[in-house]
Write a protein that binds this ligand. Structure first.
Ligand code: URA
Length: 209
């Protein structure tokens, strides 16, 4: 069963409270998304493999550790996942970025694919799927499926909010996928909004409402 990491660090909780507040403006909202995304990726990188290399400090030769293992692909779930990419890139600048676009059919709440552009060497990378709102989890599930079909072996989902339903859906379908989030909220409304949530993250990021 995949692990679920809830990051309840005060810096994350504080920024999340700002994001939840409906009076928080677009600029502050975007900044908080980026900052929280950095902090979530910091945690998600906790098990990156390391290797020893020998270097010279100004004083002496020394054996030091550097990150080894596969490179990372950051895969944003359009459109709100875009807001997480810069925060993640700040920590993992060597990552390549892919995008998967699907929208939720308002009647079925199921994802309909319309865009997929991934790094050419995606099968040789580990992937962080960036989706701030794991409501039904349908978009993340579709993205994980696509990445697995293309040969990606290790996938982590980085989200800001999740709910028990989406966590269960991902754990049931992909027991090897870990989830990193800032909060597990109560549930979702019939329209698919997370409760208490923060509203439509894309609209709040991009000012489209
Ligand atoms: N997507 C959002 O942007 N907000 C929600 O509450 C659920 C899905």
């Amino acid at each position: 069963m995949g692990n679920v990491y809830v990051m309840d660090h005060p810096l994350i909780v504080h920024k999340l409270s700002l994001m939840r507040d409906k009076y928080t403006g677009g600029k502050e909202f975007r900044e908080a998304v980026e900052e929280i995304s950095s902090l979530l990726c910091y945690e998600a990188a906790h098990d990156f493999p390391m290797k020893e290399v020998e270097i010279e400090t100004p004083i002496a030769r020394s054996k030091v550790k550097v990150i080894s293992g596969k490179k990372i692909a950051l895969v944003t779930i359009l459109r709100s996942g875009i807001g997480m990419a810069n925060g993640a890139l700040r920590l993992i600048p060597s990552a390549k970025v892919g995008h998967i676009g699907s929208y939720r059919d308002p009647k079925t709440l199921q994802p309909v694919d319309y865009y997929c552009k991934l790094p050419n060497d995606i099968d040789r990378r580990d992937a962080f799927v960036l989706d701030p709102m794991l409501a039904t989890g349908g978009k993340a599930l579709a993205a994980i499926r696509e990445l697995k079909n293309r040969g990606v072996e290790r996938i982590k989902v980085i989200c800001i909010l999740a709910v028990p339903e989406s966590i269960k859906a991902i754990q049931d379908a992909f027991p090897d996928v870990d989830i990193y989030c800032a909060s597990i909220d109560e549930g979702i409304t019939p329209e698919g909004y997370i409760v208490p949530g923060m509203g439509d993250a894309g609209d709040r990021m991009f000012g489209t409402k």
